[in-house]
Design a protein around this ligand. Structure first.
Ligand SMILES: [Zn+2]
Length: 104
């Protein structure tokens, strides 16, 4: 059974969530040097990229789950084509050792 204090805490949390859902952060934008479309200023000043995501020639990376657990996964970051291939192969039915598990 929930205590009165616990109920009050939950009420406060719900009120805070409601309040925060109305807060909108406006991202400061700047034009991309290459294509002229908007890109976040943070992309340049914080991460050092000169072009927007669409103009970037940086290789795309992807994640592959290497350890699954009910409370969290461990992933390995690899090039996007490698990640897509591994994830495609791992999606086949019967892959892995836990066939008896739900959703596997
Ligand atoms: Zn661009």
């Amino acid at each position: 059974m929930k205590t009165k204090r616990r109920l009050e805490e939950e009420k406060l949390i719900m009120e805070e969530r409601k309040r925060m859902s109305k807060v909108k952060v406006k991202l400061e934008m700047m034009p991309c040097v290459k294509c002229g479309n908007d890109m976040p200023v943070l992309r340049k000043v914080k991460y050092g990229y000169n072009f927007c995501v669409n103009c970037s020639t940086t290789e795309k990376m992807g994640g592959v789950a290497i350890a699954n657990h009910k409370t969290g996964n461990e992933i390995q970051i690899v090039p996007m084509d490698v990640a897509n291939n591994i994830n495609r192969l791992a999606a086949r039915s019967g892959y892995g050792v836990c066939k008896g598990m739900k959703h596997n």
